[in-house]
Ligand binder design. Structure first.
Ligand code: ZN
Length: 383
């Protein structure tokens, strides 16, 4: 069988005669004549058939045996293929550059932008956001209901916060949570877990942690973290298309990559500022370094996962302990012996109970996986 031409309008195949004429392919079929420049051709080889079409004449097709096509096209085919390959390389190069651009934007651009955006966020907006967060988080981390101890902790928080330059009303409270951690929500809410309080060996250690969190609020790191996490999510959803979840997936991955480098500088800044806040009130800052050192060493009597949790959200503890030790100053004790005993007795949970059991009991859940998921939901605000 010879060459057949399809005009693209009907299914009919026309017998065709073909010839190369310089840089063009001439096709002559019953009532049809085509002159296709070589540079416009697309050739697909399928089994022993060559399917030839022209970029400028999209619907039409010429189909002929490879045995007829190859001798006719000769060397010109090689030149044609090379040209197309070059185009493909340009395309691959372009796509790679675009992908690298997106990664760079997410890992460098967004963290860089989140600072100015956070500082430009109206106080009333952060406050509203914080009130919402705070309401939601109470379901996961109930406030310990020991009024006297809570008042002592809140008063310590007030004393440290009084030296901070922030429009937010900083409120520190202890919550019942199976992890050694402390974190600030938008709007000045600071939560200290009962496990952290149990882990602290002196009031100065507790004060150092609170001061660190107050500094996060003052420097608007919390808002920065919110913008970083939700801002990129919204951006990627716009790019990828909302509702697919692909955007959110990418954010989680990108977040893990960008979180560390960003968090390290914010954490160091919060340490330095936290110590300055303590010094401003004449309080000792000797508690910061030993606490970080113990965490870094994983010296934890409750469980290994608790220390891992703290290390996860407070990276670089060992290096930070060194920096804190270099800047530390003695001063007044944060709490007297009586107040400290009261605080240590807070959130009466049996120490022997393991964290997974506590999670199960609290949420009434049957397996570890659900517990982990639930914890994930309340973690985006960082420490
Ligand atoms: Zn921190």
């Amino acid at each position: 069988m010879g060459a057949r031409f399809y005009d693209g309008r009907s299914a009919r195949a026309y017998d065709a005669e073909t010839a190369m004429d310089g840089d063009v392919l001439r096709i002559l079929a019953e009532g049809h004549e085509r002159v296709w420049p070589l540079r416009d051709l697309t050739v697909e080889i399928e089994a022993d058939q060559a399917r030839v079409s022209s970029r400028k004449d999209r619907d039409a097709r010429l189909v002929l045996p490879v045995g007829d096509w190859n001798p006719m096209i000769g060397d010109r085919l090689a030149a044609l293929t090379r040209k197309r390959r070059r185009r493909e390389w340009w395309l691959i190069g372009g796509l790679t550059a675009a992908a690298a651009g997106v990664v760079l934007f997410v890992t460098v651009g967004v963290p860089a932008l989140s600072g100015p955006v956070a500082r430009a966020t109206p106080v009333s907006m952060e406050q509203r956001m914080g009130d919402n967060f705070n309401g939601q988080i109470s379901a996961f981390f109930p406030t310990c209901d020991d009024q006297a101890a809570q008042q002592t902790i809140a008063a310590l928080g007030d004393r440290i916060a009084a030296r901070a330059d922030t429009p937010f009303d900083i409120r520190v409270r202890a919550v019942d949570a199976p992890m050694v951690n402390a974190f600030a929500l938008p709007g000045g809410y600071i939560l200290i877990t009962d496990d952290l309080i149990r882990e602290a060996k002196t009031p100065d250690e507790l004060a150092a942690v609170i001061a660190h969190e107050v500094a996060h609020v003052e420097k608007r790191h919390v808002m920065q973290s919110v913008w970083r996490n939700f801002g990129v999510g919204m951006l990627l959803d716009l790019v990828v298309g909302g509702g697919t979840g692909a955007g959110q997936q990418a954010v989680i991955l990108a977040g893990q990559a960008s979180e560390l480098s960003y968090s390290r500088s914010a954490e160091l800044e919060a340490d330095t500022r936290g110590q300055a806040l303590l010094h401003a009130d004449g309080m000792s800052s000797l508690g910061m370094a030993p606490f970080f050192e113990r965490m870094a060493a994983g010296e934890k009597h409750n469980s290994v996962t608790d220390a891992a949790e703290f290390m996860n959200t407070h990276p670089d503890s060992r290096r930070r302990a060194g920096a804190a030790r270099a800047a530390q100053r003695p001063g007044r004790a944060a709490l007297n012996a009586e107040e400290w005993a009261e605080v240590k007795g807070l959130c009466a949970v049996e120490e022997s109970e393991n964290p997974v059991e506590r999670l199960r009991r609290r949420f009434g859940i049957g397996d570890d996986k659900t517990g982990a998921d639930q914890r994930l939901e309340v973690r985006p605000h960082g420490q």
